[in-house]
Design a protein around this ligand. Structure first.
Ligand SMILES: O=P(O)(O)O[C@@H]1[C@@H](OP(=O)(O)O)[C@H](OP(=O)(O)O)[C@H](O)[C@H](OP(=O)(O)O)[C@H]1OP(=O)(O)O
Ligand SMILES: Nc1ncnc2c1ncn2[C@@H]1O[C@H](COP(=O)(O)OP(=O)(O)O)[C@@H](O)[C@H]1O
Length: 300
């Protein structure tokens, strides 16, 4: 039995009879092939990427595993439609916090229609895409105090300026109530989630290394998904405390183009900018910890 994904944070959502992705209880994510040949384009990308021996193994792990396409009952009640069958990258988590960040200082690319170009550039200018080289598309946080999920409102997210994006990235790794906009995010999970040898920053840097040399694909309008589980961090100290399992995954390949031997500077530039934001948060947390330690040592 397929159902609407509980943890989807952006994109087309299958609710109120609309067409959108579905999930099963076996850890599969079914994304309907979108019109305008975008769906076929995304399927072709997955087929090319999956079998591309030039892509190193350690890079494959940043992409959802692709299981081909399948005709399944669509969410909008229009009957059986072809869907991409992917690994559901959040299926292994009980209460995942998830953020979608669209990378690049432009979402349009050469040879798109005038109409599509205008739509993209308008949104790119209205959001932080042009100014920062990335935009937050959506996120949800597991609020352990309330034992429920808090979801950022799409309209507010798309209205973020640089400070709003920074605040969202801090909030994403904080333990104080996300619903209260008067509280300064405490970044309680930043070191465990963003930092460390298996954390988000280490993964982003590994991706950056690849993007510095890869000329196979241009990842237009593609997103980085960040996923982690915060309950486990709160069990800190317990021997059985599981790791937060912070993960970076790339999603949405409807607009990927052949790289033609050229660096994907649009994605690479956006990724570098995004990395700087994550690094700054980690640095501010370390600085704060150092101040706390010195205050303690000085008996204050
Ligand atoms: O329909 P919209 O205006 O919500 O735009 C979609 C975008 O939503 P946004 O409002 O930017 O969060 C959406 O962005 P997210 O996935 O939400 O980051 C996609 O860009 C989508 O296009 P495509 O599926 O990649 O071809 C976009 O869909 P299309 O309008 O291009 O079909
Ligand atoms: N393989 C996946 N597993 C789990 N969730 C996914 C997967 N792919 C996408 N998602 C969720 O769906 C959202 C939209 O995906 P995306 O491919 O960008 O769709 P769209 O083309 O409609 O924008 C992402 O932000 C994420 O929350």
């Amino acid at each position: 039995m397929l159902k609407v994904p509980e943890h989807q944070v952006a994109g087309h959502i299958a609710s109120d009879g609309k067409l959108g992705p579905l999930v099963d209880d076996q850890g599969r994510f079914f994304k309907p092939l979108q019109g305008d040949s975008r769906g076929e384009h995304e399927a072709k990308f997955y087929e090319s990427f999956t079998s591309n021996k030039k892509v190193p193994d350690h890079i494959h792990r940043y992409f959802p595993v692709y299981h081909g396409t399948q005709l399944v009952e669509a969410s909008d009640g229009s009957g059986k439609l072809p869907h991409l069958v992917l690994d559901d990258v959040v299926s292994g988590y009980a209460n995942p916090s998830v953020m979608d960040v669209k990378i690049g200082s432009r979402t349009w690319y050469p040879d798109v229609s005038e109409e599509y170009f205008k739509k993209c550039i308008k949104k790119d200018r209205q959001t932080t895409t042009v100014s920062l080289g990335f935009r937050v598309s959506g996120f949800k946080i597991f609020d352990h105090q309330e034992s429920s999920f808090w979801r950022a409102e799409k309209k507010l997210v798309l209205g973020y300026n640089a400070d709003g994006a920074r605040l969202a990235l801090r909030k994403f790794v904080s333990s104080n109530s996300p619903a209260d906009s008067n509280l300064t995010p405490n970044c309680a999970f930043a070191s465990e989630v963003y930092g460390g040898c298996n954390g988000i920053l280490a993964q982003l840097l590994e991706l950056k290394d690849w993007f510095e040399t890869q000329t196979l694909y241009h990842f237009n309008s593609c997103s980085i998904l960040m996923i982690y589980e915060n309950e486990s961090i709160l069990m800190k100290g317990g021997d059985d405390a599981p790791a937060p399992r912070a993960q970076v995954k790339l999603v949405d390949f409807a607009h990927v183009l052949d790289g033609n031997g050229v660096i994907d500077h649009n994605f690479l530039g956006g990724l570098c900018s995004f990395i700087k934001f994550i690094k700054d948060i980690l640095q501010s947390v370390e600085k704060h910890d150092e101040t706390d330690t010195s205050l303690l040592e000085n008996g204050r």
